[in-house]
Design a protein. Structure first.
Length: 290
């Protein structure tokens, strides 16, 4: 190789180093093949960072609770009975034809002027299908009944309003029941909040025939609909009308009252409690009243 050619080759190699990216050959051989690999640079491969996993959705604040059937039903309606007015026991009324019909005692309430009462379904207190006087069944055979009181303010539009109240005596916050289904009552859910409950929310009832049972919410945008289209089990049974409809808070284990059983069957209906109480001049008794 001539001295002039050698100098040219060294000059080209130096230029490659400065440019950090060109390839040169010396007499047909790449510089890299003669130990000149350092003279060329290769961009580092780019890698895309894996997307961060989506955050798990927050668990629902409302939980399912175990079903508790009526332990000792009576001989007539196969329903809960007793001498004490406790939400979930049967409430009987007599029709004009003399036949006794069964409903369920609903949530405990009080009025602004100090009266104690219980809410139930309006259709349990409207003639001709119902009767204003409401009774407790005190014995299993149904031969002993106790008059609880006379239902007032009964309305049933066969749609989204179905409620009445039975005033029974003087309200004493220290001695009044403030629980449903074994869960202390925290508050009443507003109709606006109830309408926003997600489909599938566990909605629970305390019925004189069914006992305690939770079923998935189908919809609450009009009346409250609960049940499962894929199941043969009824969300509520005839005789549960007027029973408390509620949800249970995951953290506090307390009940939040939502409605009243209105119509029973595979897919059952409930009326919103908040507007019913406002119409009846009643306020639910809660643990916060004690």
């Amino acid at each position: 190789m001539s001295r002039r050619r050698a100098v040219a080759t060294v000059t080209i190699a130096a230029a490659c180093v400065a440019a950090a990216g060109c390839t040169s050959t010396v007499e047909g051989a790449a510089l890299a093949s003669r130990g000149g690999g350092a003279l060329t640079t290769t961009a580092a491969p780019t890698t895309s960072a894996a997307p961060a996993p989506a955050a798990a959705p927050a668990p629902s604040p409302w939980i399912n609770i175990p079903s508790v059937p009526v332990a000792e039903p009576d001989d007539l309606g196969h329903a809960a009975f007793g001498r004490l007015p406790i939400p979930g026991v049967q409430l009987r009324h007599q029709r004009a034809d003399g036949d006794w019909r069964l409903c369920t005692l609903g949530p405990v309430v009080h009025s602004a002027d100090g009266r104690l009462g219980f809410v139930t379904a309006g259709h349990c207190a409207l003639p001709p299908g119902g009767g204003a006087e409401q009774y407790l069944q005190a014995d299993r055979a149904g031969t002993d009944t106790l008059k609880l009181g006379t239902a007032s303010g009964a309305v049933d539009d066969d749609d989204s309003i179905d409620s009445a109240v039975v005033w029974t005596g003087q309200y004493d916050p220290r001695a009044t029941i403030s629980s449903v289904g074994g869960h202390q009552v925290d508050r009443v859910m507003s109709e606006a909040e109830a309408r926003k409950l997600p489909d599938g929310t566990p909605i629970c009832i305390v019925g004189a025939v069914t006992g305690i049972k939770c079923s998935p919410l189908i919809s609450a945008t009009h009346a409250i609909q609960i049940g499962d289209f894929a199941s043969s089990d009824d969300a509520a049974a005839p005789g549960d009308s007027g029973g408390v409809v509620f949800v249970v808070n995951r953290d506090t284990q307390r009940a939040v009252l939502v409605g009243l059983v209105q119509r029973a069957g595979g897919i059952s209906m409930a009326t919103y409690l908040e507007p019913a109480l406002a119409r009846l001049g009643a306020q639910a008794v809660t643990i916060n009243d004690s």
